[in-house]
Design a protein. Structure first.
Length: 296
């Protein structure tokens, strides 16, 4: 639990806060992975970490890798096609903070893919105004990752699930509504559309000039829930003041899926040390793993 929490702290504000480069990589915590560059339709390179399904290390082995940061477990290609979970970042930091999620799922029999938006982490630089809430180009980044993922030898291209939180949940909903390869989605801290949450965000952060690209809400859950027919599991903190639970309730009420679930986590907030996945990590893992097992 302590190790997981190191990587589960999600920024509390819906506004861009990219971190370039990495302080650590998966091998520093004994995880088998391979780094790729996924090309986008407009010529950018998106940095991807692919974690094949693998056994969890025992405590002594884990300590070895933590204490020997240059040690790397060998990557052995696996041609057995497995269900794969694509984890979508929010709007802050980069994918190094998803190591807790990746470690949890890849040791439960899933392949896992994490990636960085353009301008984040190890992806190609991109000029960015951090007062923007999101960039429409992130849709191209996400599409590039799904295109890349489905052709990996060990990925079952018909059993891909997505998990996104905050801005990543908003974007995951759109991608899942458009891509037939994606069979199920878990979203944490999702919102119906930016126009709904923007006034509240401005009240919470009056010092920032928060802006939204024109037409971005064409990609919102509100604009696409009539065509959403896939299993959906939404998780939200009871005390979330950025993406209140009413957003998740409204989305689940309007989608066309026969499988829809909601978990409101008591005393949880949007992010930070009181995010749902931090204060209820074991239950979070149990519920989301069960959902993906049942629907992928």
């Amino acid at each position: 639990m302590v190790l997981a929490c190191l990587f589960l702290v999600v920024n509390n504000l819906l506004a861009l806060k990219p971190k370039v480069g990495y302080d650590w990589k998966p091998n520093n915590f004994g995880l088998i992975f391979k780094e790729y560059k996924a090309p986008t339709s407009d010529g950018f390179k998106i940095n991807v970490w692919f974690y094949p399904a693998q056994k969890a290390l025992d405590d002594d082995s884990l300590k070895f890798y933590i204490n020997n940061m240059n040690a790397v477990r060998p990557y052995i290609p696996d041609t057995v096609k497995r269900p794969t979970i694509v984890i979508c970042d929010g709007d802050a930091n980069n994918m190094q903070y998803q190591l807790g999620f990746a470690r949890a799922y890849c040791t439960q029999g899933f392949n896992v893919i994490t990636f960085d938006w353009r301008g984040f982490g190890g992806s190609q630089p991109f000029p960015m105004d951090t007062n923007y809430l999101v960039y429409p180009e992130f849709i191209k980044d996400y599409d590039a990752v799904i295109d890349f993922a489905k052709y990996l030898p060990s990925v079952d291209g018909n059993r891909i699930g997505v998990f996104g939180y905050s801005t990543g949940a908003y974007l995951s909903f759109y991608i899942a509504s458009q891509r037939p390869e994606i069979k199920a989605m878990v979203g944490r801290g999702i919102f119906t559309d930016y126009q709904n949450v923007l006034p509240n965000l401005r009240k919470l952060s009056p010092e920032r000039e928060l802006m939204l690209p024109e037409g971005m809400d064409n990609n919102s859950p509100r604009s696409n829930w009539q065509s959403f027919k896939k299993p959906l599991f939404l998780i939200v903190g009871e005390l979330d003041d950025r993406t209140p639970k009413e957003n998740s309730i409204e989305i689940l009420k309007n989608i066309k899926s026969n499988i829809r679930e909601l978990w409101v986590v008591n005393k949880a907030e949007h992010g930070g040390m009181k995010a749902p996945e931090v204060i209820e990590w074991e239950m979070f893992l149990k519920k989301t793993t069960r959902f993906f097992n049942e629907n992928l």
